[in-house]
Ligand binder design. Structure first.
Ligand code: F6R
Ligand code: MG
Ligand code: MG
Length: 367
């Protein structure tokens, strides 16, 4: 059987209202265009998801990762949605489409991408996580818990096929280099790197038993691509589950703790990551707090059977409550660190302009 590819390609092409929410017209347009593409055989199946002002195209096909036809399809969908966003004067219409013409691959052009190709198992459960008002570094903590922490994933102790552990592919975003480290023996080195999550970001996870792909995240840094701040690249993540991968419940368990992530207002603050349903994916308080939605699918001969909107579950009520408490607490810092990001993390904001304005006012310290 041909391998199946799952491609999740996302962009913010306009917010309703401000940067808070997705206008239904954009979802409808994306649905229509992807339905057409399905009929033409470009893709096998699709689901149009969203989180805050981000439109997330979840697609399956048999064309492999980085396929120009699939990337062009996503690019065309985002452009058509942008046209409607401009008519409605939605906020930041087309904000993530950084170039005028498509050239083979959406990478470097603004949208975020997570893709994986694999042989469909007898039963193939996956979870697609989509987030808003945060950055790809937000996945470091949950991916570590899912694939390396036996206190989260009991399968690491109990399931013999998970016992050899998992390989983490980690990107150094400052040096643009990549390293592969193995859990469990490299655990401390993995933590040394991914704990510095503004610089080191997990891109992929592989199962060591057979080198099967287990997880892939989007790591495009929109702000770095453009050379100036144009919006944090709200990330997506695909995780394969069960039978030698983390169980669905083990992949969801890390989100019962609302760890602090970078993002929130103006992409310049730390705030707690709140797991929510699609319906609740509407960051409004101080443009947040940062949100994450988890959509479960069974893949059946390339078709997406789902979604199951996991964080609808009352089992996540308590973490949402906690998240609001943490938000109350950390917001009181106002423009002070550690609520506000350190200066070097804000180098793509307007801050350099402020420092430039003050530059002639500095005097030497007299003893
Ligand atoms: C963060 C985000 C928002 C905006 C904020 C200011 O990712 O999208 O918090 O940064 O609403 O937006 P502008 O500068 O467009 O008024
Ligand atoms: Mg926006
Ligand atoms: Mg967004």
């Amino acid at each position: 059987m041909a391998k199946v590819t799952v491609s999740v390609i996302k962009a913010d092409v306009g917010g309703w209202c401000g940067h808070s929410n997705m206008h239904p017209d954009l979802i409808e347009i994306a649905d229509e265009l992807l339905e057409e593409a399905k009929e033409k055989g470009i893709i096998k199946d699709y689901f149009v998801a969203w989180c805050g002002d981000d439109l997330d195209l979840i697609m399956t096909h048999t064309k492999g990762v980085n396929n120009p036809e699939v990337h062009k399809l996503a690019w065309d969908v985002f452009n058509k949605c942008t046209e409607r966003a401009k008519e409605l004067k939605l906020y930041g219409a087309g904000q993530d489409l950084l170039v005028d013409t498509f050239s083979g691959n959406v990478k470097g052009m603004g949208p975020g991408v997570a893709e994986m190709e694999f042989e469909e198992r007898k039963s193939e459960p996956i979870i697609v996580f989509v987030a808003d008002k945060t950055a790809p570094s937000a996945w470091n903590y949950p991916l570590y818990k899912m694939f390396a922490d036996p206190f989260n994933t009991s399968g690491l102790v109990i399931d013999p096929s998970m016992r050899p552990g998992f390989t983490f592919e980690i990107l150094d975003v400052k040096k643009n280099k990549m390293i592969k480290l193995n859990a469990p023996e490299d655990l401390y080195d993995i933590l040394l790197l991914i704990g510095a999550s503004s610089r080191f970001i997990i891109k992929r996870v592989y199962r060591r038993k057979d080198n099967e792909i287990a997880a892939v995240a989007s790591v495009e840094k929109v702000n770095m691509i453009a050379g100036h701040y144009v919006g944090k690249d709200d990330p997506v993540l695909i995780v394969r589950c069960q039978s030698g991968f983390p169980a669905v419940g083990e992949a969801l368990e890390p989100f019962t703790y609302s760890h602090l992530v970078e993002g929130w207002m103006r992409g310049s603050h730390y705030g707690p990551l709140m797991p929510v349903s699609l319906e609740q994916a509407t960051p409004s308080r101080f443009d947040g707090p940062p949100r994450v939605v988890a959509l479960g699918f069974q893949i059946a001969n390339g078709e997406l059977i789902g979604p199951v909107d996991f964080f609808e579950d009352v089992a996540f009520d308590r973490v949402r409550q906690k998240c609001n408490e943490v938000a109350d607490y950390i917001r009181r810092h106002g423009p002070f660190e550690p609520h506000r990001l350190p200066l070097e993390e804000m180098e793509y904001t307007t801050l350099p302009q402020v420092l430039e304005r003050l530059k002639d006012k500095w005097v030497e310290v007299e003893e």
